[in-house]
Design a protein around this ligand. Structure first.
Ligand SMILES: Cc1cc2nc3c(=O)[nH]c(=O)nc-3n(C[C@H](O)[C@H](O)[C@H](O)COP(=O)(O)OP(=O)(O)OC[C@H]3O[C@@H](n4cnc5c(N)ncnc54)[C@H](O)[C@@H]3O)c2cc1C
Length: 389
């Protein structure tokens, strides 16, 4: 595989940094430690133990840019020196009150303004649950009758969404809208499609996210393409496999409905690759951001780009990985002049904790991802030792 066999550590980590990263991923790979750690963390916070300092120096430091945009600038610069751009991701999750929705909205607007004056920030991103209540999105999804207050709240969500997209359009900064749990995703899709129709007439400003671990998503993508063709607007897609697999399967089991998730990893891989191929074959109408750490898919995409004579840095194609993961892919892509950007989460340590816990749980449950990082760190340490001995 190009990313490992001929792998050069473009990230230039020191030996100590490599060891610390290895230890971090070894801890994250252990489901029991992660599960006990989560409980201890909640307990420590409840009894006010000064645990946040430790979190900041370890997991937060590895996966996040800083507590605000300014603090994240060091990371943006360092990545930029390696031809890797940054997608700033205000990662305050799980807060369900009006003050926090307004704060997140303000932060997204600030992000668009930052991106406008910083060439190293090509996109902005947000989650619909950052600006509206999960319960509300779920009720709309189920077509339940809304109370008067809920109708006002839903109108407020529409207004906020439109203001974000309008600002993005005015400042020419594309916006990625994250995909979330399937029981609110129809609502997210409908809201996002309306924005694409309004703002993607001539250029792609709004991107929806397609989770290819869902068995119905390839068809959704193709159907939406047909619809957009007819209604004459362009599409932007972030393609991912999907982050909520265990939660989706458990909910389906408990509530006795068919899980929306593909029956196997192989099927998710096939759907991801088919979707990638479909988008590239329709590149005249679809801009794409590939959010993946999968080396086979990434290789398949760059081979296809070369076959179709699409330039490495064609503005319509971006690759993206999360900060602190799969540096081999990001630095390789940057080195060979592909458009690549890291998702750089930021926010106050305490408020980013739900994101970090999700990251830790995903790392411990999806063994492949963490094992990849562990193997890579071990290889690099070995190479480093051979080189310096
Ligand atoms: C830049 C970026 C943005 C992202 N944005 C989002 C987002 O908006 N919404 C979101 O949900 N996720 C998002 N993710 C996370 C993403 O969906 C994946 O969870 C993560 O990237 C791991 O998948 P992978 O493609 O990197 O590769 P791999 O490590 O090869 O694949 C792991 C993934 O395959 C799927 N999978 C694993 N086992 C099975 C199985 N038994 N059956 C079926 N499928 C299986 C799961 O989706 C799992 O996460 C994002 C990731 C990145 C890098």
């Amino acid at each position: 595989m190009i990313f490992s066999n001929k792998y050069i550590d473009y990230s230039k980590k020191t030996k100590i940094e490599l060891y610390l990263t290895l230890i971090l991923f070894l801890v994250l790979s252990n489901k029991t430690i992660v599960s006990i750690g989560k409980k201890l963390l909640h307990l420590s916070l409840a009894i006010k133990l000064p645990i946040l300092g430790i979190i900041k120096k370890t997991v937060f430091n590895h996966f996040c840019g800083g507590e605000n945009i300014n603090q994240s600038k060091k990371t943006i610069k360092k990545l930029g020196e390696n031809n890797i751009k940054t997608i700033l991701d205000y990662s305050v999750e799980g807060q369900d009150d009006e003050t926090s929705f307004q704060n997140t909205f303000n932060e997204i607007i600030k992000n668009i303004e930052e991106a406008e004056c910083n060439k190293l920030v090509p996109f902005c991103v947000f989650k619909m649950t950052g600006i509206a209540e999960f319960k509300l999105l779920n009720k709309v999804n189920n077509k339940d009758k809304l109370s008067e207050k809920e109708m006002v709240d839903f109108q407020l969500l529409n207004t906020r969404l439109d203001l974000i997209c309008e600002k993005a359009k005015k400042n020419k900064i594309p916006i990625l809208i994250d995909a979330e749990e399937s029981w609110i995703q129809d609502t997210i899709d409908q809201l996002t499609e309306a924005m694409m129709k309004k703002y993607n007439k001539y250029e792609v400003i709004i991107y929806n996210t397609i989770q290819l671990y869902r068995s119905d998503r390839l068809k959704y993508l193709i159907d939406l393409h047909k619809k957009a063709k007819k209604e004459k607007y362009k599409l932007g897609f972030k393609l991912v496999r999907g982050a909520y697999m265990e939660k989706e399967r458990n909910r389906a089991k408990i509530n006795n409905y068919k899980s929306p998730i593909n029956i196997s990893k192989k099927k998710s891989d096939e759907d991801f690759n088919k979707a990638a191929k479909y988008c590239i074959e329709n590149i005249d109408m679809i801009n794409i951001c590939f959010g993946t750490h999968n080396e086979e898919s990434t290789k398949m995409i760059i081979d296809l780009m070369s076959e179709k004579k699409i330039k490495n840095n064609d503005y319509r194609i971006y690759f993206s990985q999360l900060l602190g993961m799969s540096d081999n892919i990001s630095f390789y892509l940057g080195y060979y002049n592909y458009n690549v950007a890291k998702y750089v989460p930021y926010g106050p340590v305490k408020e980013v904790l739900p994101y970090l816990i999700r990251r830790a749980e995903e790392n411990s449950s999806i063994a492949g991802q963490t094992n990849r990082e562990i193997t890579r760190m071990r290889e690099l340490i070995k190479k480093y030792s051979n080189h310096t001995d």
